[in-house]
Design a protein. Structure first.
Length: 278
């Protein structure tokens, strides 16, 4: 079956997100671990987390995806910002240890004129610091669109991070369909070739999640502006091909399209109708 969900607010707690996802027709969801534009976070509610775990198991949810805040920049030139990244990821992983069905996704960061090589080293340093503590939560690098000095605009840059980290074999990838298209990968006309390149550079076994988004911009624009499913430059046929591709169809898909809950429900129903199989 298609494992599909959307981004939800954690304002009302963990269990509330599970209940909302189910009401939308989803069997997974994504959420920010804390304020995405800042860094503040509510006190952890272990009882609420346990209630979510029971709910996920009872309704056979696919793995859920926690998204680190946008303010987490592991390769910033400012040492205090890099220290914030380590502290934030460490705290988030401590919380996610109580939600075994969760993965943690993050944007690698922007090197801000330091160069990709230095940026990669700083990102690997952060990963080494947090993974040395033995976390069982899968950590995923997100593919980026290539705005400004973003690291992760190519599969090769993600590979550099994996190779630089001491425990790179434990690092996964979340592929964002809008981001890779905006970065220049033709997932509309040459999906097989793109996935073949991903496999050659990173290995498809490392691909753990898909951010399923259409794009407001043409291929190679490096803009990163998401659009509703079927209303952007990828189009509905390409999205249908992505969710049905043999290398992708069993992965969890997470919608980050500009929508209210009712819009997400419509997109989830649409995509379930386009999915070929159980």
């Amino acid at each position: 079956m298609l494992h599909i969900g959307c981004h939800l607010s954690c304002a009302k707690g963990y269990l509330s997100m599970g209940e909302q996802a189910l009401a939308l027709g989803a069997d997974t969801f994504q959420f920010f671990t804390r304020n995405p534009r800042g860094g503040s976070v509510k006190p952890f509610d272990r009882q609420d987390a346990d209630a979510l775990n029971d709910f996920l198991a009872a309704h056979r949810f696919a793995p859920i995806l926690a998204h680190a805040p946008y303010t987490l920049n592991a390769c910033a030139a400012d040492a205090s910002i890099r220290e914030f990244a380590v502290r934030t990821m460490r705290e988030d992983l401590e919380r996610l240890a109580h939600i075994p069905g969760a993965m943690l996704n993050f944007h690698p960061g922007s090197h801000v004129r330091q160069g990709v090589e230095i940026g990669v080293r700083y990102i690997a340093d952060m990963l080494d610091a947090v993974m040395a503590e033995g976390t069982a939560t899968p950590i995923l690098l997100e593919t980026m669109a290539g705005k400004g000095s973003e690291v992760g605009r190519s599969f090769e840059e993600l590979r550099q991070i994996v190779d630089a980290a001491r425990d790179g074999d434990r690092i996964g990838v979340c592929l964002d369909t809008c981001h890779v298209y905006d970065a220049g990968y033709d997932v509309v006309g040459r999906l097989d070739d793109v996935l073949g390149e991903f496999d050659r550079v990173l290995g498809l076994s490392r691909l753990r999640a898909i951010h399923l988004n259409d794009s407001k911009n043409p291929i190679g624009s490096r803009k990163d502006r998401h659009e509703q499913i079927g209303k952007g430059s990828l189009g509905l046929d390409a999205i249908a091909a992505i969710i049905n591709h043999p290398a992708l169809r069993n992965l969890p898909f997470y919608l980050e399209t500009p929508n209210e809950p009712e819009g997400y429900a419509r997109e989830i129903a649409l995509l379930r109708g386009l999915y070929k199989g159980e």
